[in-house]
Design a protein around this ligand. Structure first.
Ligand code: HMG
Ligand code: MG
Length: 298
């Protein structure tokens, strides 16, 4: 069966804007988030407190959070890799952070400058402190469906990394298809491995990049397995600068169109969302990659 309702976790302001060539002005980012909050989206990943040299596009994280109108009922999680990042996030008054692990050795080195094993020590310190401060903590796992350097990734390895994050204290686990190569049968295999490995399905979110056009089909497969939190990016923006061939995330508009067709509740005003993404595309100077935005923006 399918769920009656889905929680959309929008990553447009973070995953979307971290990969832009040009640095988007901080006031445009703040307006983007304020507009997204007005569409009914209730979770907006706002930015990252990573090393500013590693992701210069998000070096304005503290400034952005200070400018934001924090809408009532809207959650604004941020990425935090280490204790320095957590310090910065706490100074900005955040209530929800996300650590981001890799399922593969190569991507751990490239994205975090740590080995696969070393990443856990870094995150353990963050998660323990964040939970102690009363924050919510999400754990991402990247390269769950394939790695551009290592090729196939064993679902058991994904499950082992995910289980460690949950055991550390992460309340939600987001499984990332960072390079978008996964297909629906593969989604079943990864979810089976995670559940068999001890991660309850109601803790699992899915995070599909749409590089190969599979994101919506993969999302439907995950919904059929009982997943009810779906990551998507307004307008289909997105990509990781340290992952070869990562392009835009599943577009939130494309997701909303499918959920509407299936009669699954989501709380988002599609017209307002399309208008926001069309405005953002204008700011970025190129059309949105979302099919639904193109069809409806006119
Ligand atoms: P490092 O160079 O190993 O850092 O980078 P370090 O721990 O050796 O520290 C070196 C210096 O950096 C120190 O300063 C630290 O204080 C400073 P010094 O003492 O030399 O003056 N520093 C910081 N400054 C500000 N904020 C910080 C911070 N940390 C250290 N947070 C590090 C290690 C993890 C920091 C680096 O590799 C990094 O920032 N990586 C982030 C990469 C990234 O953001 N990638 C994109 C997000 S992941 C993604 O997009 C995938 C996802 O969407 C899911 C999917 O699609 O699969 C989530
Ligand atoms: Mg991503």
């Amino acid at each position: 069966g399918l769920p009656g309702a889905v929680s959309i976790y929008d990553v447009g302001a973070r995953d979307g804007l971290q990969n832009e060539q040009a640095v988007v002005p901080v006031e445009v980012k703040a307006e983007f988030l304020d507009r997204l909050a007005g569409t009914g989206l209730r979770t907006l990943e706002a930015t990252s407190f990573v090393h500013p040299k590693w992701v210069p596009q998000l070096a304005d994280a503290a400034d952005l959070l200070a400018r934001l109108t924090r809408a009532p009922g809207v959650d604004y999680p941020v990425l935090v890799p280490n204790e320095r990042g957590l310090d910065r996030a706490l100074e900005s008054g955040v209530a929800h952070v996300a650590v981001f692990a890799s399922a593969t050795e190569t991507f751990a080195q490239r994205n975090l400058n740590r080995s696969l094993d070393e990443q856990f020590a870094m995150f353990d310190a963050v998660v323990t402190r964040a939970v102690g401060e009363g924050l919510r903590v999400r754990g991402y796992v990247s390269m769950c469906f394939g790695d551009p350097w290592e090729g196939a990734v064993d679902p058991a390895q994904v499950a082992a990394v995910g289980r460690r994050l949950v055991d550390m204290g992460c309340d939600q686990l987001s499984l990332g298809d960072t390079i978008g190569t996964g297909t629906p049968g593969h989604v079943d295999a990864v979810l089976d491995a995670c559940v068999a490995g001890g991660v309850p399905v109601d803790r699992i979110a899915v995070h599909f990049h749409d590089t190969y056009g599979q994101a919506l089909a993969n999302t439907l497969a995950a919904l059929r397995r009982g997943v009810t939190t779906v990551d998507a990016s307004a307008g289909g923006l997105g990509g990781c600068p340290y992952a070869e061939s990562a392009t835009g995330n599943l577009a939130t508009e494309d997701l909303v169109w499918m959920l509407d067709g299936l009669g699954i509740a989501h709380g988002v005003d599609l017209d307002a969302l399309v208008a926001t993404s069309a405005w953002m595309a204008g700011q970025l100077g190129r059309p949105s990659p979302s099919r639904v935005v193109r069809a409806l923006a006119g």
